[in-house]
Design a protein around this ligand. Structure first.
Ligand code: NI
Length: 170
């Protein structure tokens, strides 16, 4: 299976709010498989559909750490229904390559979604799983982790990115 192309900042699709998925069918499951493949190949621990050019409310994640046993998760139309506490984690993003920064997030979130069988699921997560869920659901809203940075780090990012885009063109 071929990996999909990952859109990178400032691709406008990353800023568009993704559309709700209406039916969980074979085509959607194929997209889920391709997104998982793309995430593992990158490699990354989470991927939202709009990062591969599909403006749909769908995400895959796999923390790939022994302390988290949930393995590959695919969440359709996920929403955060409860959030509490505060945590800081150094985040990165496949759409913002080679830039990492601390981001403040909720320590615990409860997410309601539909799984790839079309069944409703509810997950209460803490730690890295909670961080990745918030990061990926942000993507579906057209938000990126760099939007959470303070003004100084954000300026640093902008400068670094300008340089990077210039180098890409050269
Ligand atoms: Ni990301």
């Amino acid at each position: 299976m071929a990996a999909l192309q990952i859109c990178t900042y400032p691709d406008p699709i990353l800023r568009r709010k993704a559309e709700p998925v209406k039916t969980v069918d074979r085509e959607l499951r194929k997209l889920i498989d391709e997104m998982a493949e793309t995430m593992y190949a990158a490699p990354g621990i989470g991927l939202a559909a709009n990062q591969v050019g599909k403006s749909q409310r769908l995400l895959v994640l796999d923390l790939q750490r022994p302390e988290y046993e949930q393995g590959l998760m695919a969440l359709i139309n996920p929403t955060i229904v409860a959030a509490s506490g505060e945590t800081t984690y150094e985040e990165g993003c496949l759409s913002v390559p080679e830039f990492f920064s601390n981001v403040k997030r909720h320590e615990q979130v409860t997410v309601q979604a539909v799984d790839k069988e079309g069944h409703p699921v509810e997950i209460t997560a803490t730690g890295l799983l909670a961080v990745v869920l918030q990061h990926e659901i942000d993507h579906l809203e057209g938000r990126l982790f760099i939007d959470h940075l303070g003004t100084i780090t954000r300026e640093l990012f902008k400068r670094k990115w300008k340089k990077r885009l210039k180098e890409d063109k050269a």
